[in-house]
Design a protein around this ligand. Sequence first.
Ligand SMILES: Nc1ncnc2c1ncn2[C@@H]1O[C@H](COP(=O)(O)OP(=O)(O)OP(=O)(O)O)[C@@H](O)[C@H]1O
Ligand SMILES: [Mg+2]
Length: 298
Amino acid sequence: MSARSDDPAITFFGGKGGVGKTTVAAAAALRLADSGARTLLISTDPAHSLGDALETRLGDRPRRVADCLWAAEPDADAAVRRRVEEVTDDAYAALPRDIMPAVRRHLEHAAASPGMAESALADLLIGAMEQVPGEWDRLVVDSAPTGHLLRMLALPELLTPWVRGLARQREQAVDADRFASDIVGAGREQAEDPLLERLHARRRRLERAAARLRGDACVRLVLIPRRMVLAETERAADQLAEAGFRLGPVIINQIPEHPDEEILGAARRRFAACGAVEIPLADKEPTGAARLRALDRA
Ligand SMILES: Nc1ncnc2c1ncn2[C@@H]1O[C@H](COP(=O)(O)OP(=O)(O)OP(=O)(O)O)[C@@H](O)[C@H]1O
Ligand SMILES: [Mg+2]
């Protein structure tokens, strides 16, 4: 897979647990980088294993791992802490002081919920998307298993009405304040409301991300030739298409020397329209740049 101008800027690798998403994402990112595209490879699976696939240590910030390739395993916990601080600041600005202890307790509970980690990772993903094009030419995303990927892709859209609703409430509060100060003749210059500005900026950012996930991104599903995996992959492909996401060629991975021809044939037929790339089951676990490059054709 070389970087052509019609390649999507952002590629997600998804699929059922253990089929080879991380391996194939790393191999594809290496190939893009080898063709000269400055490529960022990130994982949105809280159980990161990109570093294992590349046989190197990765962290929260992108690290250069090959000539044109940078990789990162974003730290969801750190992102949740940042998010909670941000929301707490907003609350301090917007809410009466006496309810702050209760708000703080609520946020502490929310921070511990799994949805918060997912939403923080979605935020990091949006941040990475904003740097492509720019800092990087291509973004390759190693995703968590299917259900998580579907939720992650839908998240910017799900959060937009919520942020829009908050902005509306804040607008009303600001209007009421202005009305009150007009009545008492306070008459001071009407400064913009910083919280409202922040909420509007957040809404615009989510809307842009939701649009780009449809326009500039594609999802490549990885599967192995097994009945249950094929069934789940078919469902995922239907759900993604229904939600308006673009499907790139699927990858039929880990094809053994003597595959179940019935399943393999069914997979080829099912995904003929979007294309299918086949990767054999390697004798040796394909980790490290050299073996990943040898996997080929992803
Ligand atoms: N073509 C292949 N040939 C041989 N082994 C492979 C191949 N592709 C992947 N593997 C091995 O299969 C295992 C699972 O691969 P990988 O971690 O990439 O899957 P995953 O879909 O990302 O898993 P998870 O759902 O846990 O994130 C790893 O040990 C990997 O090295
Ligand atoms: Mg993985």
